[in-house]
Design a protein around this ligand. Sequence first.
Ligand SMILES: [Zn+2]
Length: 67
Amino acid sequence: MSNFSTCKKCGAKLCQDDIAIYKKLILRTADEFLCIDCLAEYLGVSREAIEQKIRYFRESGTCALFR
Ligand SMILES: [Zn+2]
């Protein structure tokens, strides 16, 4: 068991934000994740849109996934 996760599509190393936004947008109980680029492609939105959501959730302070 490694102590970091990788994108299940491209294998990129994931940071906490990547994991948090995936859980928030896709599946709270997920144990496999996508990086922001692959998540954006999956959702059919721009990478910037995902980054905006991350910023929003962090700044709103209402989501326990973002600290
Ligand atoms: Zn990826």
